[in-house]
Write a protein that binds this ligand. Structure first.
Ligand code: SAH
Ligand code: SF4
Ligand code: F3S
Length: 472
């Protein structure tokens, strides 16, 4: 048994990470034969992508995917720690699984992802959730077959969570969610330690993949006919800072653009590491999508300082406008937290004024959630939940109005759309995403799925557009 340890998770060293090729263990080949699995994923794109690896690992063992978790022989929860409600959802699901297991004695239950890296969570699993068969963390996903094997053999709860990162594993099998859009990890972990955030503890230190491995993966995707890659990392702009050779995000973006993959996106950018060259590269290549997610978190420089974001409101606005002015037609989105400990009405008004200036195309807004062991969790918080909810409501009213206003500007324009399939609006309806990452619904044949086509925008709503295929 190996349990998480915050002290270790917090420590950072300058050691070069060792790259290791994943080795499949033939011994486990038939472990899942005749059995089914279901994976529930919470959290960010990184978790979604991890799930793609997990599914492929399980299928290598002979398991087959089952859509209905109640029918599956193995249920695995890939969890998220970012806010309290992500936690609650996973624990709620564990409760349901407990009941299910009372009826289905052989049900295998696993837990992985960011919650597995939390000391408090693992303490609960160990003492109150004995029915969970196995647990692994974010650093040893590739040990899934071993843990499963051990659990089936010993019938004892197997817990293996490392708080030190270990080697960077290449060559994991992957079962991608679609055949036209793919996630590609470029950097793991985060060294920013924003004071409210648990990610630097759950995902470890910043580690960049080698450019050769990334480019090889993208080139293979191009060969397979993929239309879009999203380069993933908690802070993609820090890409390369830990590598020996001088090769940074702008260099990688340029090389990925040269592979001729039709669409490139990247997530997430921290304003701190956004260089002028990066902006120029985004502007230069048509296949780098004009859409930048630039989380601001707060418009108050005082709160930004307490958050440890290392930029002021003015720094953010300067960068924001530089991107807007340099990248033609760019859409900008952000993340905002309200109710950080000690946030006053004046601080909140600073956020509102920043929103008025930036007029974001999209924004993810959250109420601050206290996370175990983070520096902000020790701060005095005088703001009531009611007040925080009220601020969130006012903020949402404002951001929503700008989403609509920006969408309305597109009416009558023809935009390129990657078709993703049938929408939920009814018959003949398709949906897709524009180059600027806006959801658009239009009539068309399902066979267009996975293709990039021109669509004329006919109407605009707050969170989506309506359109018709442009035949001209
Ligand atoms: N690495 C990304 C963010 C990853 S988490 C970045 O720094 O931009 C996604 C978003 O969740 C963050 O941008 C932040 O707005 C929000 N978030 C993170 N920790 C939070 C917390 N403790 N409470 C509320 N929201 C939080
Ligand atoms: Fe969390 Fe900050 Fe790292 Fe983003 S940059 S993952 S908010 S610590
Ligand atoms: Fe959640 Fe972990 Fe992602 S905490 S947001 S799943 S990195």
């Amino acid at each position: 048994m190996q349990l998480p340890n915050y002290q270790k998770a917090k420590s950072r060293n300058k050691d070069q990470v060792i790259r290791e090729e994943y080795q499949k263990n033939k011994q486990y080949q038939n472990l899942g034969r005749g059995k089914t699995y279901h994976v529930k994923t919470y959290g960010c794109q990184m978790n979604e992508h991890d799930t793609e690896n997990i599914k492929a690992l399980l299928e290598e063992l002979g398991f087959q995917e089952e859509e209905d978790y109640e029918k599956a022989d193995l249920v695995l929860l890939n969890t998220c720690s970012i806010r309290e409600n992500a936690h609650n959802k996973a624990f709620g699901m564990l409760g349901r699984l407990k009941h299910l297991k009372e009826k289905k004695k052989d049900l295998i239950i696993g837990l992985c992802g960011c919650m597995a890296q939390e000391e408090g969570v693992m303490d609960e699993i160990l003492h109150q959730y004995r029915f969970v068969n196995f647990v692994f963390g974010t650093h040893n996903l590739h040990h899934l077959p071993d843990l499963l094997y051990e659990n089936l053999k010993s019938k004892k709860q197997e817990i293996e969570v490392y708080s030190k990162e270990g080697n960077l594993i290449e060559g994991l099998p992957v079962k991608r969610a679609t055949s036209y859009k793919a996630y590609v990890n470029i950097i793991y972990g985060c060294d920013k330690f924003c004071t409210y955030c648990i990610v630097p503890f759950t995902r470890g230190k910043q580690r960049s993949r080698r450019k050769e491995d990334i480019l090889k993966e993208v080139e293979e995707l191009v060969k397979e006919g993929y239309q879009e890659v999203t380069l993933l990392g908690q802070n993609v702009n820090a890409y390369g800072k830990d590598l020996e050779e001088h090769y940074r995000m702008e260099d990688l973006l340029e090389d990925v653009a040269k592979t001729k993959i039709p669409r490139i996106r990247f997530m997430t950018s921290h304003p701190w590491d956004f260089t002028d060259r990066m902006i120029e590269v985004i502007a230069k290549y048509d296949n780098i999508m004009p859409s930048v997610h630039l989380p601001v978190q707060s418009g108050s420089s005082r709160i930004l300082k307490l958050m440890g974001r290392r930029y002021t409101k003015e720094d953010y606005l300067k960068l924001f406008h530089k991107i807007k002015d340099t990248v033609p037609n760019v859409s900008m989105s952000t993340d905002i937290i309200v109710g950080f400990p000690g946030e006053t009405e004046e601080d909140f008004q600073e956020t509102m004024s920043l929103v008025e200036e930036c007029q974001f195309d999209n924004a993810f807004t959250f109420i601050y959630s206290q996370r175990e062991n983070t520096p902000a969790s020790k701060l005095e918080d005088g703001v009531s939940l009611k007040e925080k909810e009220e601020r969130l409501y006012r903020l949402n009213e404002k951001v929503n109005a700008y989403f609509l206003k920006n969408n309305q500007k597109l009416i009558g324009k023809v935009v390129p759309v990657l078709v993703e399939g049938k929408n939920t609006n009814g018959k003949d309806g398709l949906y897709g995403y524009t180059d600027t990452n806006k959801l658009i619904n239009f009539a068309g044949d399902i066979s267009l799925t996975g293709k990039i086509i021109p669509v004329k925008v006919t109407d605009a709503k707050t969170w989506s557009l309506d359109g018709e295929i442009d035949e001209s």
